[in-house]
Design a binder for this molecule. Structure first.
Ligand SMILES: Cc1cc2nc3c(=O)[nH]c(=O)nc-3n(C[C@H](O)[C@H](O)[C@H](O)COP(=O)(O)OP(=O)(O)OC[C@H]3O[C@@H](n4cnc5c(N)ncnc54)[C@H](O)[C@@H]3O)c2cc1C
Length: 377
């Protein structure tokens, strides 16, 4: 049931994903700071709240990243970098972790700085966030798809946090400038896929895996994000191992086969595919050939459909203010993946959701309190 209390301030959130739910929680916390309770929040979602959190981090939910240097943190976003300085300065990864700890989601950091819940369970994160939100009894969940902003009447503030997959119609109905959504973090199809399927490789540039249709894994997602706006086909070159290390082995074991020596650095099944003269003595291989074995090149011919982890595109950052408020409509805000911001793997995309949700929440509260003549500091 949609609530219809005339005196209360009405807030709508479209999309109960991580950004929308975090925003709702922070609206409530901020209103509580002002002892203000004359409002309610309708949360619209075509599916169920926080279902999109369940597959994150392979079911473990890579909540954020522990990188403490802001500049380095932000270098992990191929799009949105400048805008995020302001957002993360106001709500950082450590603010997020403190909040999660405060609601009973304790975290740990992997060696590569990815942060996970100690439970290793995205379901646990989902449940704890929703239990926390529901205990305030200030939200009303409405299971409905929104196609146009005109479906939402008489709201004081509307937050659009509908992600990147089915939100274009909403943006069109607002006349909000946006860039077409395109796969950013995504597996890639490659030409001449002769490689051993299911084999994973730890390269100098990062980890990747050969799949039935192409290549995947964190490194491939990064490459796909960097090239998200490029047309296919394009060439990819991955540095597999150091030439100096191979040369060292060749000098030490000149009579061993080159295949055997290269297999010290990469899986044997891959070495068999990429080395023409696998059994030839290492000392018989020219310097040029040795150098060429240290890297691998692919021709990327397309994205693997349905395997997008994150899309780029979305709301043009020039069309919103620093609080993610629309410059087109006075009472509309955006947060999360609907913005033209995307990050690499490592917890960066969810951090965009948490920080954006928080910033929007505070601005919405300020907007409503100001309208009521209550000073917001
Ligand atoms: C398999 C997978 C693993 C991932 N793992 C990680 C990870 O470990 N760490 C990380 O940082 N990021 C990860 N990501 C990315 C991260 O999940 C997203 O960036 C994040 O979910 C975006 O949150 P959001 O709230 O902006 O949008 P979404 O999560 O997409 O939520 C949008 C919500 O809006 C609803 N909605 C959409 N359109 C409408 C409409 N028209 N009307 C009503 N409701 C609508 C949807 O049902 C959904 O509930 C992963 C993504 C995938 C696909």
């Amino acid at each position: 049931m949609e609530q219809s209390c005339k005196t209360k301030n009405k807030i709508a959130i479209i999309g109960a994903g991580p950004s929308g739910i975090y925003c709702a929680i922070n609206i409530i916390l901020e209103f509580n700071n002002y002892n203000y309770s004359d409002y309610f929040i309708d949360i619209y979602d075509k599916s169920q709240p926080l279902n999109t959190l369940l597959p994150t981090g392979g079911g473990r939910c890579n909540i954020t990243n522990a990188q403490s240097d802001l500049r380095t943190f932000i270098s992990n976003y191929p799009r949105g970098e400048k805008f995020l300085y302001s957002i993360f300065s106001r709500h950082s990864n450590s603010d997020t972790i403190n909040f999660f700890n405060s609601i009973g989601i304790n975290t740990y950091s992997e060696d590569d700085l990815r942060i996970f819940p100690k439970s290793n369970s995205a379901k646990d994160v989902k449940n704890k966030l929703l239990n926390y939100l529901n205990k305030f009894n200030k939200t009303n969940f409405i299971n409905k798809k929104i196609n146009s902003i005109s479906q939402l009447k008489n709201y004081d503030a509307i937050i659009v946090s509908a992600g990147s997959k089915t939100s274009e119609n909403i943006l069109k109905s607002i006349k909000q400038p946006y860039f077409e959504f395109k796969p950013s973090l995504c597996s890639l199809k490659i030409k001449n896929n002769i490689y051993p399927k299911g084999v994973s490789v730890k390269s100098l540039d990062g980890d990747f895996i050969f799949t039935n249709q192409g290549i995947s894994g964190p490194l491939i997602y990064k490459i796909s994000a960097q090239n998200a706006l490029k047309e296919f086909p394009y060439q990819i070159k991955i540095r597999l191992f150091e030439y100096s290390k191979l040369k060292e082995l060749v000098d030490k074991y000149p009579k061993k086969s080159i295949g055997n020596l290269v297999s010290s650095f990469i899986p044997k099944s891959l070495a068999r595919v990429i080395i023409k003269d696998y059994s030839k003595n290492a000392c018989e291989i020219s310097k040029k050939e040795l150098e060429s074995l240290c890297s691998i090149e692919f021709c990327a011919i397309g994205h693997l459909k349905g395997e997008e982890i994150v899309n780029c595109g979305g709301v043009d950052l020039d069309s919103i203010d620093k609080n993610c408020k629309s410059k087109i409509k006075n009472n509309i805000w955006f947060c999360g993946e609907i913005l033209n911001i995307d990050g690499y793997c490592g917890g960066f995309n969810l951090q965009n959701c948490w920080s954006g949700g928080y910033i929007v929440a505070l601005d919405v509260v300020k907007f409503i309190l100001n309208k009521k003549g209550i000073k917001y500091v």
